[in-house]
Write a protein that binds this ligand. Structure first.
Ligand code: UP6
Length: 269
């Protein structure tokens, strides 16, 4: 886990998407990501506009949107500029390389057009990472320097099989694709799993399963608090229902933002 400030890491990091993530966090004093699991365009855009000021990243599941259209992508991109947040599509790609390339770029959901960051599982091995890396860094790809990949290294659900050797393999594969892979979705810094091989290595950790009040849901989800996640080495905490299903989502977002930011200040002081 890094004890450096986001500003220091932004300066040192070679990847433009990581620089932008850390710069956004510093500018907004926020390491909070909202998991916007809305099911129609209007709700998604309203949530982005409402919570935009308090977040560094807006996380989507674009395939939940019942009335998806290309204009949603245009509107979401406009809001991302208006409020200075990045967009993470939590698509969890898991297939052969050739299929995943088409799901990512040019498919029905236009993921490569709006998502600065996407993630994939390495269940199918290294090929998926190679495939996404090729597409993201292709000379002719419009957003070539503006796209990053996270490996889904751990999952928050009871009985998750993303553990042990699987998680270690994520770290090993990540090291081979520095142009595309910027880090992990995990519950802690993965330097705990495999120590860094150089002092420059700096993977970003996004952490789901974050809730200030609940410990679990009824379908196997398990939570930790924003403070605990950041203390364990998470760089950005992701909360969904804890924020959007609260009585006052703005007040809730502010409370998550404050708690996660203070934990970051503690970790880096
Ligand atoms: N998510 C997890 N756990 C994982 C991976 N992803 O919860 O291991 C995602 C879910 C959901 C969000 O798909 O979008 O993070 C969690 O939402 P919640 O805060 O409402 O539980």
């Amino acid at each position: 886990k890094s004890n450096l400030t986001y500003a220091a890491r932004a300066k040192l990091h070679p990847h433009p998407v990581v620089k932008k993530l850390f710069e956004t966090a510093e500018a907004k004093q926020s390491n909070l990501i909202i998991s916007a699991d809305m099911t129609n365009s209007k709700d998604l855009l309203e949530l982005a506009d409402l919570l935009g000021p308090y977040i560094a990243v807006f996380k989507t599941h674009i395939d939940l949107i019942s009335d998806f259209s290309p204009s949603l992508v245009t509107s979401l991109k406009a809001l991302s500029i208006k409020h200075n947040f990045m967009v993470f599509e939590d698509r969890k790609f898991v297939d052969i390389g050739a299929t995943v390339q088409k799901q990512y770029h040019g498919g029905a959901l236009r993921i490569s057009e709006f998502a600065h960051v996407v993630n994939c599982s390495i269940l199918a091995g290294e090929g998926i990472v190679q495939a996404l890396s090729e597409t993201m860094t292709d000379e002719n790809f419009e957003y070539k320097e503006d796209r990053g990949l996270l490996l889904l290294a751990e999952m928050t659900t009871k009985g998750s099989m993303a553990v042990g050797g699987y998680t270690e393999s994520c770290v090993n594969i990540a090291r081979k694709y520095p142009d595309a892979v910027i880090g992990f979705v995990a519950m802690r810094a993965l330097t705990e799993v495999l120590p860094a091989t150089s002092s420059e290595e700096d993977f970003v950790v996004f952490t789901t399963g974050v809730n200030r009040l609940a410990k679990e849901d009824k379908l196997g989800q398990q939570y930790q608090t924003p403070k605990d996640a950041i203390t364990r080495g998470s760089d950005f905490v992701i909360a969904g229902r804890g924020i959007y299903a609260a009585e006052d989502p703005v007040e809730s977002a502010k409370a998550y933002q404050r708690e996660a930011w203070e934990a970051y200040l503690d970790r880096t002081k």
